[in-house]
Design a protein around this ligand. Structure first.
Ligand code: SAJ
Length: 450
């Protein structure tokens, strides 16, 4: 049982806000800190500014019972959890400015016995760098880098590893690495997370925990890169990549991921660079995967451009803008990049569809792009490019696609739906093709022998 009664979470974004909710729902007094007044006001009204299943109910509940409130400036607490962004600079170098700014903001309110946990995905060495900064600002307090186990303030690194869309479940059930700058710091941080984590907690060094987090996402990036490269191979050989993967995955030790229009989000497309930046000479594989995945949106646009009609402007329905299905997050989305590149290309008008957005994101505003609903976009379009396999798109009647040219970058209609016994959609590769009324399922997995 931890003696921590009050927790302050710095940064109320996609990770910080659900983390506030978890601590608050387990009897801790939580103050969420954010520099954005709009977010603070919303949270104080019991509302949320992101789309995440079940989070709205939980936030409303913990705010109502007074377990969570929000503020713009840090206040004294027993523990501080830093969950601010760590973006990439233009030249793919990690930017820890927000982490250091968060550390500077809590420094004045720190006191003896406090715990500081960094959760943000960070380059190896950031926890130490942050602690040096805390020590510089508070020479009256001792920190583990100099005082070890006897430090006044304990510091640890414990990365989140939750999947957007399943955050509340994964916060509880996932295992967690905890890298304290001292054993005492690790144990105190473990006691804090024990308040809601049902998974196992593994104590290690801060540097190992930092690299573990980066490794998880770099591993996934390399594996998606493999699937995307395989998709390129299948296009050259005229084979159906979805079928090749599905059959290869029937091998007991093969588990290939799914190709798509690219890798988005603020994690998988970003974190490998944190490792590459630290050891560029020895990371050709990670760098190659980044290159393969970053080229995907350009390839999708090239497939569309190949369909150009010199006599008229073609309408393209781009289905989905989010970086993955069933969420509203457009950050680093390959779908947004496809739409942006296409809007810069002569010969096409773009009808963008995103069921989770009421307006176009800022970087798509002022371009030749119209945001509309799926059925109206499909109805008007000459070409349909499916960029995100949102649940809503799976419900569209295939008859709506008749006569349209379809580029299905996710294999939703041309593979997954085509596998259904009652489907009238033909299984196809990811390349452009016209959907014919008489399209009959040509390729379907035969199933098991009786
Ligand atoms: N993607 C594919 N093919 C696939 C799987 C994903 O193209 O087979 C694409 C998605 O469409 C998306 C991108 O990759 O554009 C990333 O999606 P994701 O679902 O793989 O991961 P994220 O970014 O939502 O969350 C990841 C998770 N990391 C791992 O699975 C190793 C999550 O557990 C982390 O907590 C999160 O990054 C994070 O915050 O770091």
């Amino acid at each position: 049982m931890s003696d921590i009664r009050t927790v302050s979470v710095i940064g109320m974004g996609y990770i910080g806000l659900p983390t506030c909710a978890m601590f608050a729902s387990r009897g801790l007094k939580v103050v969420g800190i954010d520099v954005n007044q709009h977010i603070v006001d919303k949270v104080n009204r019991g509302e949320i500014h992101i789309v995440e299943p079940e989070l709205d109910d939980l936030i409303r509940r913990v705010v109502e019972i007074g377990a969570l409130r929000a503020a713009t400036k840090p206040e004294p607490a027993d523990a501080f959890v830093i969950a601010v962004p760590t973006p990439l600079s233009e030249d793919h170098r990690p930017d820890v400015t927000y982490v250091l700014a968060a550390a500077r903001s809590i420094a004045p309110v720190l006191k003896r016995g406090d715990l500081v946990v960094l959760e943000s995905t960070s380059p190896v060495g950031t926890t130490r760098e942050m602690t040096v900064e805390l020590g510089r600002l508070r020479p009256d307090l001792s920190f583990p880098l100099t005082a070890g186990e006897h430090a006044d303030v304990m510091v640890a690194y414990s990365p989140e590893r939750v999947l957007p869309g399943k955050v509340l479940h994964e916060l509880v059930s996932n295992d967690r690495s905890i890298g304290g700058l001292s054993r005492a710091a690790s144990e105190r941080a473990a006691a804090l997370y024990r308040s809601f984590v049902k998974g196992e907690l593994f104590i290690t060094s801060a540097e190992t925990a930092e690299l573990v987090k980066l490794t998880e996402n770099a591993f996934r990036d390399v594996n998606i890169g493999f699937a995307n490269e395989l998709s390129n191979v299948c296009n050259v050989l005229g084979l159906n990549v979805w079928e090749v993967i599905e059959l290869a995955n029937r091998h007991p030790r093969v588990n290939i991921l799914q190709p798509g229009p690219g890798v988005g989000g603020h994690c998988i497309a970003v974190d490998p660079y944190f490792i590459i930046d630290a050891a560029p000479e020895v990371t050709p594989l990670m760098a190659a995967a980044r290159k393969v995945n970053s080229a995907r949106p350009h390839q999708v646009v090239a497939d569309i451009v190949a369909l150009r009609d010199p006599t008229r402007t073609l309408k393209v329905a781009a289905l989905g803008l989010a970086f993955k299905p069933n969420i509203d997050d457009l950050r680093e989305s390959p779908a947004v990049e496809v739409v942006k590149l296409l809007s810069e290309t002569e010969g096409f008008d773009v009808l963008a569809v995103e069921p989770h957005a009421h307006a176009l994101p800022a970087d798509l505003e002022g371009r030749r792009i119209q945001l509309t609903d799926a059925l109206s976009a499909i109805d008007q379009a000459d070409i349909i490019v499916l960029l995100v396999d949102h649940r809503q798109f799976n419900l569209i009647d295939p008859a709506a696609l008749d006569g349209k040219v379809l580029i299905d970058t996710r294999g939703l209609w041309t593979w997954r739906r085509a596998q259904r016994p009652d489907s009238r959609l033909a299984a196809r590769s990811a390349t452009a093709h016209k959907v014919e009324k008489a399209d009959k399922p040509a390729l379907r997995l035969a199933g098991r022998a009786a």
